[in-house]
Design a protein around this ligand. Structure first.
Ligand SMILES: [Zn+2]
Length: 268
C-alpha cells in the first residue's frame, strides 16, 4: 500500500498522479479513462494481477472500461528486486440515455443478409487488430481529430428507433461534410474500409501497445493500410456514410479489447 523508497508527488485530484523518478502515471483515473505510464524499463507491471505490457522505452498503458470497478491494485516489480504497490481509485461516471430516431429500419434491425455482411466486416477488423505495434507512438500526445460540436458522448445507453442497443463507445463530433479529419496521434494505419454496414468509410490507426483509434462515417479517406501518420495529419474528411443521421465523425478509442473515452485523453 506504500510506494517504498520512492519520492513521489501526488495530486489529490483523481485525474493526475505522478511519482518522480521511477514511476509516472498521467491521465484521468476515471471509468473510460486512459493512463499513460512510464517506469524504469525492464519492470513487471500488473493491474489486479494481470500483466501490463511495458515498451522497451519504459512506457505502458492502462485503460479503465466503461463500468470498471472503483479500485484496482497496481503493482510493479523492478529488475533490481524492489517493488511498489498501490490501490488506485477510479472515478465513477454517470451515463445518459441517448435516443435517436429516424434511422433506416435495416440499420437498427439488420436482415439476415446484412447480419452475414456485418459478421464478415467485423472479422476484417479483428484481423487488423492482430497487427501488433510495439513502438509507443502515443507519446506524441493527442489532438481532437475534428473541430465541431459534440453530438454524442462515450458510454451513453442507446435507444435507436425505440430499440435498446449497445452503449455508444465513442465521441461524435458534428461538422460539415468535407471538414478535414486529423490523426489523433502518431501511429500506423492498420485498417481502411470504404463501405462498412454501420461504420461506412472507416480508418483504424494503431498508436502502439494495443492503443487504437477509429474514425467512422467518413466521406473520403486519403491514407492506406501500413502508412505511418503523424499527430494532426489529415487522414480524410467528415461524412455521413454508414449508420448516421447527419455528417459527423465518430471517433473511438480502444486499448486492446476495451473501449475508452476519447474525451478523457485531454488531461493537460
Ligand atoms: Zn458515434
Amino acid at each position: 500500500m506504500i510506494w517504498a523508497g520512492a519520492t513521489f508527488l501526488f495530486f489529490l485530484f483523481v485525474n493526475s498522479m505522478s511519482i518522480a523518478g521511477e514511476i509516472k502515471l498521467t491521465g484521468n483515473m476515471i471509468q473510460g479513462g486512459l493512463i499513460v505510464g512510464w517506469a524504469t524499463p525492464g519492470a513487471k507491471i500488473q493491474l489486479d494481477g494481470k500483466p501490463i505490457l511495458q515498451a522497451d522505452s519504459g512506457n505502458f498503458l492502462i485503460g479503465f472500461a466503461r463500468n470498471f470497478k472503483l479500485s484496482a491494485a497496481f503493482e510493479i516489480f523492478f529488475k533490481d528486486g524492489t517493488s511498489h504497490d498501490r490501490l488506485l481509485s477510479i472515478g465513477q461516471r454517470n451515463y445518459k440515455i441517448q435516443k435517436i430516431n429516424g434511422l433506416p429500419k435495416r440499420k437498427v434491425t439488420p436482415n439476415k443478409k446484412d447480419l452475414a455482411l456485418i459478421k464478415n466486416q467485423s472479422k476484417l477488423i479483428n484481423k487488423a487488430r492482430l497487427v501488433f505495434v510495439k513502438e509507443p507512438y502515443f507519446t506524441a500526445g493527442f489532438v481532437i481529430p475534428v473541430v465541431g460540436r459534440v453530438s454524442g458522448v462515450f458510454g451513453s445507453q442507446r435507444i435507436l428507433n425505440g430499440k435498446r442497443r449497445q452503449p455508444h463507445f465513442g465521441l461524435d463530433i458534428a461538422a460539415p461534410e468535407g471538414s478535414v479529419v486529423k490523426a489523433a496521434s502518431d501511429g500506423i494505419v492498420i485498417f481502411v474500409h470504404k463501405s462498412m454496414f454501420f461504420n461506412g468509410k472507416t480508418i483504424i490507426i494503431n498508436h502502439g501497445l494495443g492503443l487504437r483509434s477509429i474514425y467512422i462515417h467518413m466521406n473520403s479517406i486519403n491514407v492506406r493500410p501500413g502508412m505511418k501518420v503523424l499527430k494532426g495529419q489529415i487522414v480524410g474528411t467528415v461524412g455521413k456514410t454508414g449508420r448516421a443521421t447527419g455528417p459527423h465523425l465518430h471517433w473511438g478509442l480502444k486499448l486492446n479489447q476495451t473501449p475508452l473515452d476519447p474525451e478523457q485523453l485531454f488531461w493537460e
